[in-house]
Design a protein around this ligand. Structure first.
Ligand SMILES: *Cc1c(COP(=O)(O)O)cnc(C)c1O
Length: 468
């Protein structure tokens, strides 16, 4: 029985949570270079947590019932708009939801029978998800394999295109697409253009002030019609915080949803979610207020210094190479066997994020540099150098002969979870509870060798197994 017969005390619950979190990656300290964003200032995160709790039970479902959320959202969206060229915004739960709303607004504004989306191959999968959910087809745009920026010439725009996308920056290599050229091409065709600044929107302006060369990318660029900016990334707010801005209020209305088609309460939604906690809004508001302009500027300065140190340091390690010239705080590097390197680093207490090879871009490791990186950047470089040497000694993950062909030829739909678990166990991956951290180099090497559709099918099976 998962539900206790009688209620338990809070002390008991907190003790159990501590036990549950025992094997989690740490969310503070800078040794996890993905997923988490640490300012290094406990007082800021504490302010966010307290205001989050204060707003926890307020329901954003009905803004007329809780005027506090309207005022808070105005302030948060207003701060983002001030920074990113104006516009009319919506506070959402994250980048994925901001992108979902941008694609929905464009689809509904353009009203094409067979809508398509023009998307650089380096753009975030949230666009593929939005396209999938919203019945929009994706038209890929290649990137230059030296700079990793999207090609602005010859975009596959046609009469059914409802949206063209550029990233500022794209996540994989942290480079900014040529936003001015892409937006101009979209405008010339009469098509909206979305800038995905989910990771960069609340970072690039501060890096620019710290001396980074950041090209124009925001709503002030002619032709840009919407932009997304996640506050739960470089805004350092607790998760569940993003903003999507539209140049034109009429386009923002296309993102909204209302329904009176039932006998219950009238539904008016600015977002995909309906009932939702105002906690994340409170957390984002508090983080912005607690850091202020000064705080973000200082974080931008230390972040940029850490990026430059990391880039030059990695380039000096034999066998490793930084991909492109990121003008953001995302650094990707490649080498002979990055998946084994990642496992070696993890054994030393550092998480580096593996990225599979794709569209001519080699497999690599990704580092999200944050406010706390600088303090530990020399230690990080040492671990990368040691891990690279250890990976070289160990050699790449050896896959059983014929395994990739076997997986590629499998009808994964026909396997049940137990059969898939056996297959995973055969390559040394045990996902049963308590089995501990699997060596991921093998998994990544297999995924890397598979075509994209098979990668996706295998990943879904993994998820199903993890939650079995
Ligand atoms: C993180 C990210 C997203 C998606 O954001 P979520 O908050 O994880 O939903 C979209 N685009 C880019 C460039 C990102 O870095």
């Amino acid at each position: 029985m998962n539900l206790p017969e009688t209620g338990r005390s809070v002390e008991e619950l907190l003790a159990e949570v501590a036990r549950l979190k025992e094997h989690d990656l740490p969310v503070r300290g800078g040794q996890v270079t993905a997923y988490v964003y640490d300012t290094g200032r406990a007082a800021v995160h504490d302010a966010a947590a307290r205001v989050y709790l204060e707003m926890l039970e307020v329901n954003s479902l009905d803004p007329t019932a809780f005027p506090s959320i309207v005022e808070m959202e105005r302030q948060v969206v207003g701060a983002v708009a001030d920074q990113l060229g104006g516009g009319h915004g919506i506070f959402t739960s994250g980048g994925t939801e901001s992108i979902m709303l941008a694609v929905k607004a464009a689809r509904d504004l353009m009203g094409r029978a067979r809508p398509n989306l023009v998307l650089p191959v380096t753009a975030h999968p949230a666009f593929h998800k939005a396209a999938h959910y919203l019945g929009v087809e994706v038209r890929p745009v290649p990137v230059d394999l030296e700079t990793f920026r999207a090609a602005a010439g010859g975009l596959p725009i046609d009469e059914d295109t409802v949206l063209v996308v550029a990233s500022a920056p794209s996540y994989p290599q942290g480079v900014v697409d040529p936003v001015e050229e892409i937006a101009a091409a979209a405008a010339a065709a009469g098509v909206p253009c979305h800038v995905d600044a989910c990771v960069g929107g609340w970072l690039l302006p501060w890096l620019r002030e710290a001396g980074a060369k950041v090209p124009a990318f925001d709503l002030s660029v002619p032709g840009v019609t919407s932009i997304s900016c996640d506050l739960h990334k470089y805004g350092y707010a607790p998760k569940g915080a993003s903003v999507v801005l539209f140049k034109d209020p009429a386009m923002r209305r296309k993102a909204y949803f209302a329904s009176a088609a039932w006998p219950g309460y009238t539904v008016i939604n600015t977002t995909v979610q309906s009932s939702r906690s105002a906690g994340p809004l409170g957390g984002a508001w508090a983080t912005l207020q607690a850091l202020g302009r000064d705080g973000y500027l200082e974080l931008g300065r230390t972040t940029w210094e850490a990026v430059r140190r990391l880039r030059s340091g990695i380039s000096e390690i034999s066998g490793l190479r930084v991909l492109g010239e990121p003008e953001s705080a995302l650094v990707a590097f490649t080498g002979d066997d990055v998946f084994t390197l990642a496992d070696e680093a993890r054994a030393r207490g550092w998480f580096l994020q593996p990225q599979l090879s794709f569209a001519g871009i080699p497999a690599n490791l990704h580092i999200t540099v944050t406010g706390v990186t600088l303090a530990g950047v020399e230690a990080m470089l040492e671990v990368i150098a040691e891990s690279a040497a250890a990976a070289r000694r160990r050699g790449p993950a050896v896959l059983p002969e014929g395994l990739v062909e076997l997986v590629a030829g499998l009808d994964l739909e026909a396997l049940d979870d137990a059969a898939f678990a056996e297959l995973a166990a055969a390559v040394g991956v045990d996902l049963r509870p308590g089995a501990g951290q699997p060596e991921l180099a093998v998994v990544n090497a297999i995924l890397d060798a598979l075509p994209v559709a098979h990668r996706e099918a295998v990943l879904v099976r993994f998820l199903s197994l993890i939650y079995a």
